[in-house]
Structure formats: structure tokens, C-alpha cells
Design a protein around this ligand. Structure first.
Ligand code: FAD
Length: 289
């Protein structure tokens, strides 16, 4: 690993001010779990790392607001999400997703901000947070702005964050009346990188789907919304035949990319089956909070 300077600012704004929008030579660091692997592999050779660890303590907080909104600081770890009472009450699918995200050593260190900024299309959280209609608050020299999670990731390791913007928090809007789930399909161990990840968030009216948001991950270059499947489900009672039709529609609307976990053709077949399973899971135990 090439030598680097370690900077430890006391606030997120100071951290953002240390970044240079024109060069990735100075990188922010949350847990460092992705960054260190890329530096050891020689993919990244930053001149300096801006550690966020000494920044404001509230960036490690999870707050359930009176209106049901969940506000999660950028330095909250995956393990905190897994064990948080507030997360369990407001958006239980997030806590469940954590139990199979890598191993406990990674979850104890990896942060929400680093997870979302990393933009590896195989990550488990982005499709789920997209289905939940969550957004991040980004901080930069010109102040704060909101970016919806489903618009944050542009492609492989690319986000819409400017080079001197940092994720300060993640906000999950109130989920009352919605059923949500994420299903991770792995071809090796249960906590391996997914061959496919599918997320669903639905509201129901008299047993019919009133509104739904469906996203697939680990099969495309970014979390991808399954609009064709949403259209098949809208206003319908989700029986086995309808879920099969929705799965077919989902698979037709996506350009699949193969990887070490499976070919594009394999992922297409997986999506046909798992689209129905994620909806069944959401309706069975993704309780309408
Ligand atoms: C062995 C292993 C297995 C894994 N398996 C899975 C898996 O099955 N599923 C899955 O979803 N993930 C998996 N991961 C990925 C893991 O989720 C990420 O490494 C982790 O979430 C990144 O968080 P971090 O805080 O360590 O980020 P860092 O490594 O600190 O940073 C990652 C990127 O984000 C930038 N960054 C960090 N914080 C911020 C911020 N606040 N604002 C803006 N930019 C920022 C950094 O500059 C860097 O580009 C695995 C990782 C490892 C090491």
C-alpha cells in the first residue's frame, strides 16, 4: 500500500473543506472496509485520507422522529442498524437485511455513509433503501442538499456526490401502512455478495396492491427500478399467477450483467422467481408499521 497522510477533522464541514473537487487524491474514510481493500489492491493510491471518525458524535445516532421518520447519521455502523430498536420499529426490513450483509467484523466497522458512497452495484442496502424511498443529506461547501437514494448511484463506483461533498445522514420517510422486504440470493455462503438482491415496498387496499416500489440490485450497474412489474401489480390482488406475470415483466425490462456470482442469463431467471418471493415475504412479515 502506498504511503498516505491521515487527516482527522473535528466536524463534517471541516472534512468536506479538506477535499478537493478536482482530484480523488484526497479521500474521505468512514469505516475504511472498502477503501483499505482498494488501496491494498493498488486500485486507489490516495495522497491523504480524511478520517470522519473524530467528527460530531450525533453522526453516530439513529433517531426515530415523532412523525415516524428515521434519521440515521453517516457514521452509524451496519451492526447498529442490525440491533437498533428504532430501526426495528420504523423499518424492520433494514435490520433483517443486515443479518446477511457480510460478517460481523465488517458490520461492526462499515458505516452507512461509506456504504452508500461506495456505489458497488452489488451492495445490499441501496436497493432496499430505494424501495423505501429514502434520501441522503449531503454536505458540501455550498451547504446541504437532499439526494434520493435511487438517484444517488450513477453506475459502477460512481455517485452524484461532488468530489467535496460528504453524506451526513440518511433519512427513511415514515413507513406506516407499508409492507417491505429485501431478499438476498447467494450462490455460496448466505452472507456472501449477492447474485441477486430484490427489494419491495407495498401498500395494500382491500387485498389489492395500491402502490408499490420494486428494485433489483447485483444484476445491473446500479439499483434498478422495476417499473414494468409495478404496472402489472397495480390495483391487482397478488395471487401466484399475477406474481409470475410480474416476475416475467420485471425480467424483460432489465439489462442483466454477469459477474463472479452468476451469468446475466442466470440472474434473469432468478429475478423471475424472486420477484414473487420478495412480495410474498413483504406481505407475510414486512409488517405494515
Ligand atoms: C469481506 C467483505 C464482504 C462484504 N460483503 C458485502 C455484502 O455481502 N453486501 C454488501 O452490501 N456489502 C458488502 N461489503 C461491503 C461493505 O458493505 C462496504 O465495504 C462498507 O459498507 C463500506 O463502508 P465503510 O464505512 O467501511 O466505507 P469506506 O471504506 O470508509 O468508504 C467507502 C467509499 O465511500 C467514501 N466515503 C466514506 N464515507 C463517506 C461519507 N460519509 N460521504 C461520502 N463519501 C464517503 C470513501 O471515500 C470510499 O470511496 C463487504 C465488504 C467486505 C470487506
Amino acid at each position: 500500500m502506498s504511503p498516505f497522510e491521515l487527516l482527522t477533522p473535528a466536524t463534517l464541514r471541516e472534512a468536506a473543506a479538506l477535499l478537493d473537487p478536482d482530484t480523488p487524491d484526497i479521500r474521505p474514510m468512514g469505516g475504511g472496509t472498502a477503501l483499505m481493500l482498494m488501496m491494498k489492491a493498488g486500485v486507489l493510491r490516495p495522497r491523504a485520507l480524511v478520517s470522519l471518525r473524530a467528527t460530531e458524535p450525533h453522526l453516530r445516532d439513529i433517531v426515530l422522529r415523532p412523525n415516524g421518520e428515521l434519521a440515521i447519521g453517516a457514521l452509524v455502523t451496519m451492526s447498529q442498524l442490525e440491533h437498533s430498536d428504532a430501526v426495528r420499529r420504523a423499518a424492520p426490513a433494514i435490520g433483517r437485511c443486515m443479518t446477511r450483509l457480510s460478517n460481523v467484523r465488517v458490520r461492526n466497522v462499515a458505516t452507512v455513509g461509506g456504504n452508500l458512497a461506495h456505489a458497488d452495484p452489488h451492495m445490499d442496502l441501496p436497493p432496499l433503501l430505494s424501495a423505501l424511498d429514502a434520501y441522503v443529506v449531503a454536505v458540501g461547501p455550498s451547504g446541504e442538499r437532499r439526494i434520493q437514494v435511487d438517484a444517488l448511484i450513477k453506475g459502477y463506483y460512481e455517485t452524484r456526490l461532488a468530489g467535496n461533498e460528504l453524506i451526513a445522514s440518511l433519512v427513511v420517510p415514515p413507513q406506516a401502512g407499508r409492507h417491505s422486504a429485501y431478499v438476498k440470493v447467494t450462490t455460496r455462503s448466505a452472507d456472501d455478495w449477492p447474485a441477486l438482491g430484490v427489494a419491495a415496498s407495498l401498500s395494500m387496499e382491500r387485498n389489492a396492491v395500491r402502490n408499490c416500489r420494486l428494485f433489483v440490485g447485483a444484476a445491473t450497474d446500479r439499483p434498478t427500478r422495476l417499473l414494468a412489474a409495478e404496472a402489472v401489480l397495480a390495483g391487482q390482488i397478488p395471487d401466484a399467477a399475477l406474481l409470475r406475470r410480474a416476475g416475467e415483466a420485471a425480467a424483460e425490462g432489465v439489462e442483466f450483467l454477469g459477474d463472479a456470482q452468476g451469468s446475466g442469463a442466470y440472474k434473469k431467471e432468478l429475478l423471475k422467481v424472486y420477484l414473487g418471493r420478495v412480495i410474498t415475504t413483504a406481505l407475510a412479515d414486512g409488517s405494515a408499521a
